[in-house]
Design a protein. Structure first.
Length: 184
């Protein structure tokens, strides 16, 4: 049985409070439930969102979303990247609903229990549907892999600088800034 967005919304409405923190997506007509991520992955998400927002907002380049922002895709999936960005000219105003478009940028942060293959497949799916850039952040290896719809992925290490000139001209981020600090 293939489920629809409406089926997923009904399912969400019936969830008991102890499951409110779980992320729910619709993938190929099936409901996929994901538990909360580990706090290192969560902190990396917060750090990258803040770095991106500080660059994007004053320049009015577009909108940044966290993992709660769901997108209805052309294949009728409802997916939510850990972080996503949509250019201003494609989304002048956020709807009070799921976005019905493919984000320009999708970022996935590997949690402790995630499998890289599944994350890579999700990023590739977004690229095939029209995303311009996909990023996989792996806190275990301290790497950031950037995928584009054309060409081979580029792997950045801790000493490298991340740039995304197609979406954020002039923006630079030292990869080492992504990792949670250790306080003395």
């Amino acid at each position: 049985m293939s489920l629809t967005i409406q089926d997923l919304e009904k399912f969400q409405a019936q969830l008991s409070p102890e499951y409110e923190d779980y992320q729910i997506e619709l993938q190929e007509g099936n409901i996929v439930i994901m538990g909360p991520s580990d706090i290192v992955s969560s902190e990396i998400t917060a750090r990258l969102i803040s770095f991106l927002f500080a660059w994007i907002e004053p320049r009015k380049l577009g909108r940044v979303f966290d993992s709660s922002g769901g997108f209805i895709l052309s294949n009728q999936d409802l997916r939510a990247p850990d972080i996503s960005f949509v250019c201003a000219e494609r989304l002048r105003q956020s709807p009070r609903a799921f976005g019905e478009l493919v984000p320009d940028l999708v970022v996935e942060i590997k949690s402790r229990t995630d499998r890289v293959k599944k994350i890579t497949e999700k990023i590739q799916m977004f690229l095939e549907l029209g995303a311009r850039i996909g990023i996989l952040i792996d806190p275990d290896k301290l790497t950031v892999t950037v995928y584009r719809s054309s060409g081979e992925p580029t792997v950045f290490n801790n000493e490298d600088i991340l740039t995304i000139p197609e979406l954020f001209p002039g923006w630079e981020l030292a990869i080492s800034e992504l990792w949670p600090p250790v306080f003395d």
